[in-house]
Design a protein. Structure first.
Length: 328
């Protein structure tokens, strides 16, 4: 080996060793400046509120501001695209929501859950099945039997727009009972709040929005929740049974929110963020905030969140094909 070659080899070895030593140091140094946390939905909603409590607690945990930026448009596409295409340095992350497992089936975007690096799932809200206080159906079993006996379309439901998460929840429930996807007619609405108003007014037979969204109407004595489409009861609403408990139907779905970043995020930075998010999730401040608003809490680390999103993607595609919404 020549002198030049030996010097080059030595320099290469030193560089490699230095890089190996710096990797954990770089993770410890992160974040060295403020981090942007993108929310694909508007200020004031449940997704925004959840993102802001997480950002506040991440700042406390990691010592740098986590600035929430609301990027709306395209039913969540604009904000999700900004997260997916951000520079993978850990300084732009965001809130990933259930819509990312839905919109590509409708050819609204090319983005799928696989375009993101998952960091943690922290919230999951299953749909409830609500009826008005004046409804003759006191249990979900009574309601289900009536739906089965009625001709398709006689019963009318709402909770969101056509093809939205709560519509697909209804479709999935009908499929799980062996009924046609259109057994219950869907009446599009601009969200859960107006749907609950229509329910109370007698324009609907049921809604399939989340129980937290229906809670104010239920508390006012104008509606009641008969069941939730979940694996377990929501501790905030312990008297509402699951479909499996009430009907023996093992079907669940949910609206969910998690934190993710662009693909290519350095593993040590991703690990540090997931660790910090677990500390946030375990904190009394986070639990009290979420419980106080009736939001469901669930923890899945990066690997489990990835598996969860893949299953959500499959389930949403199945429901959309059954309802005739899928274009891909």
């Amino acid at each position: 080996m020549s002198g030049i070659t030996r010097r080059a080899f030595a320099a290469s070895s030193v560089a490699a060793a230095t890089s190996a030593l710096l990797s954990p140091a770089r993770a410890q140094a992160y974040p060295a400046r403020p981090v942007t946390l993108i929310v694909p939905w508007g200020a004031g909603g449940g997704t925004d509120a959840t993102a802001r409590i997480i950002a506040t607690l991440l700042q406390k945990e990691l010592g740098q501001p986590f600035n929430v930026v609301n990027l709306t448009g395209g039913s969540g596409v604009v904000g999700h695209a900004e997260i997916a295409t951000a520079r993978p340095d850990g300084y732009t992350i965001g809130m990933i929501t259930v819509e990312i497992a839905m919109l590509h089936w409708q050819a609204v975007t090319h983005l799928t859950p696989r375009n993101f690096m998952p960091l943690a799932l922290m919230n999951e809200d299953p749909p409830g099945i609500q009826v008005a206080a004046a409804s003759p159906y006191r249990t979900v079993k009574e309601l289900t039997e009536a739906i089965k006996l009625a001709p398709p379309g006689r019963f009318k439901a709402s909770g969101t727009g056509q093809g939205g998460i709560w519509h697909l929840a209804l479709v999935g429930w009908m499929q799980a009972m062996g009924l046609p996807a259109n057994q219950v007619n869907w009446s599009p609405s601009n969200g859960a709040a107006p749907a609950m108003q229509e329910l109370v007014a007698g324009s609907l037979d049921l809604t399939t929005c989340s129980v937290p969204e229906a809670h104010a109407t239920i508390e006012a004595g104008q509606a009641r929740s008969l069941a939730i489409m979940a694996h377990a009861r929501n501790p905030s609403f312990p008297d509402v049974p699951t479909l499996k408990e009430a009907l023996g139907v093992d079907y669940s779905t949910s609206s969910w929110r998690g934190i993710g970043g662009p693909k290519g995020l350095a593993p040590e930075i991703a690990t540090r963020l997931t660790g910090a998010l677990k500390t946030v999730y375990d904190s009394a401040a986070f639990k009290d905030f979420m419980t106080g608003r009736g939001f469901g809490t669930v923890w899945r680390d990066a690997s489990d969140f990835e598996t969860f999103m893949d299953e959500a993607d499959r389930q949403m595609g199945q429901a959309m094909r059954a309802a005739g919404f899928a274009k891909t």
